[in-house]
Ligand binder design. Structure first.
Ligand code: KIV
Ligand code: ZN
Length: 495
């Protein structure tokens, strides 16, 4: 297995995205999480760009000890001096300096010439080596740089003392075979290329950053520059989690990383919340739906053998929630599985009853969670078959007298009553009292949401007293008035 070095640039390339700015404390929090995740290099910022960036590189250098801390510069002496100063406290500091090498950059942005760009590149690397042992050079827009010229630049910076040479596809333009061929060309044509680590830095403008990065390592690159959740300029950078898991899944390509994959989800959530960048639900590896099986056929397959529809064990990336999501399309197998996780193993008849209740609920509520199931089990267990609510209709509103019509089954007898109240629940309780002919006193009434969302179920607990006797009742329904009537009947049934 050959080691692939993970260079994380979340705190530099992603942090420069509008809206993603972090303060120093937040940056340190992310850096500590990256250390826990096991990245080899943290690009902590661009110190010359602002006092805030300078300070963050200083503080991260103090807070983080295992990974190399890297600071970005242009091929400008003052940038390099400031970066070196910011890295003073780092156990291992790296200066990342570079210049544009494509014709667009040389002629249009820099108003320079190819020879001058090589001179400037060499000068910058030589100068940076005066401050640190570890100097990475980037050939900006290498993706659109002609191979022979790129090879000359790379040869020159290696001679000047670069330890790592970064070949960025700055505009996300390359196709995987082109980018792989570019790396192979450098590997095969640049003298002493084996003395440096070749690095990839891909942008995702055509959605190919991960594919390009993998093509590069298969052609000789040994460092990958990535970000958490693929955040970065425009369409973003290569996503760390995608490259790491592609390498982990495809053992046959013989690469390994030092990443503790179980920290992937934690890292993703931390970066997403601090940078205020939600992760799209279908994002590979870290999206909410990345391991969610919703169709009955898939759920059945996964329950028989995970491998039928899963290439990654969710636990390996830190996902511990069940991957079998309960929706209106789930079958009995999925429900049974969830009930078992909750420690409840119903017999066939109980399962059928619960399944019907589950389907009714799933029609009204999008996501059925464990607490919802606990309520279904609870209400099923406490169901009183002697006295049951057949139907309930209420009229209420700001200018209406609250009225409830309740129909109840007691054994073979069905009775109906309509009553008023000071609200719909009071009206329903009065109708129930009239039918059951029990003048009970409501001692306590409690309604709670189960999880969140206005489509959530309401859980109602009541306590009643009747001739000195206390009885408790429970009901749960997406309709709070119905839940209340069920709870009240449940308590009356116990008298
Ligand atoms: O995309 C790019 O070329 C960069 C360099 C500064 C490394 O981010
Ligand atoms: Zn970039």
């Amino acid at each position: 297995m050959e080691k692939i070095y993970i260079f994380d640039t979340t705190l530099r390339d992603a942090e420069q995205v509008p809206g993603c700015q972090l303060n120093a404390v937040e940056k340190i929090e992310v850096a500590l999480q990256l250390e826990k995740l096991g990245v080899d290099v943290i690009e902590a910022g661009f110190p010359i760009s602002s006092p805030g960036d300078f300070n963050s590189v200083v503080e991260i250098s103090k807070a983080v000890t295992r990974p190399t801390i890297c600071a970005l510069t242009r091929a400008v002496e003052r940038d390099i001096e400031v970066a070196a100063e910011a890295l003073k406290h780092a156990e291992r500091g790296r200066i990342h300096t570079g210049i544009g090498t494509s014709t667009y950059h040389i002629y249009e942005k820099l108003k320079s010439t190819p020879e001058d760009v090589i001179r400037q590149a060499v000068k910058a690397v030589t100068y940076a080596r005066k401050f640190v042992e570890d100097v990475e050079f980037y050939a900006e827009d290498a993706g659109r740089t002609e191979e022979e010229f790129l090879a000359r630049v790379v040869e020159a910076v290696i001679k000047a003392g670069a330890t790592v040479v970064n070949i960025p596809d700055t505009t996300g333009y390359c196709l995987p075979n082109e980018y792989g061929a570019k790396i192979a060309y450098l590997r095969d044509h640049v003298p002493n290329v084996d003395k440096v680590v070749l690095s990839t830095h891909c942008h995702n403008d055509l959605g190919m950053a991960t594919a390009n990065t993998l093509a590069a390592i298969q052609n000789g690159a040994r460092q990958v520059e990535v970000t958490i959740n693929g955040l970065g300029e425009r369409a973003g950078n290569t996503a760390l989690e995608e490259v790491v898991m592609a390498i982990a899944c495809h053992k046959n390509i013989n690469f390994e990383t030092g990443i503790n994959t179980k920290e992937i989800l934690n890292s993703s959530r931390l970066v997403s919340s601090l940078m205020r960048m939600p992760v799209q639900p279908n994002k590979a590896i870290v999206g909410r739906n990345a391991f969610a099986h919703s169709s009955g056929i898939h759920q059945d397959g996964v329950l028989k053998s995970r491998q039928t529809y899963e290439i990654i064990n969710p636990a390996d990336v830190g996902v511990d929630e069940s991957s079998i999501v309960l929706t209106a399309r789930s079958g009995r197998a999925a429900l049974k599985h969830h009930l078992k996780l909750l420690g409840y193993e119903p017999d066939e008849e109980e399962l059928n009853t619960l399944y019907q209740k589950f389907l009714e609920l799933a029609d009204k509520k999008k996501d059925i969670t464990s607490p919802d199931l606990e309520v279904l089990i609870g209400s099923e267990k406490s169901r009183n078959t002697a006295i049951q609510l057949e139907s309930l209709q209420v009229i209420c509103g700001a200018t209406t007298i609250p009225t409830a019509t309740v129909r109840i089954r007691q054994g073979e007898t069905i009775s109906t009553n309509t009553a008023y109240g000071n609200g719909p629940i009071d009206a329903a309780f009065n109708a129930i009292k009239n039918i059951t002919n029990r003048d009970v006193v409501l001692e306590e009434y409690l309604v709670q949401a189960i999880t969140r969302g206005s489509d959530d179920m309401g859980k109602v607990h009541v306590q009643i007293s009747y001739k000195g006797k206390i009885c408790n009742g429970f009901g749960a329904n997406v309709d709070t008035v119905t839940a209340s009537a069920e709870a009240f009947l449940n308590a009356i049934g116990k008298i």
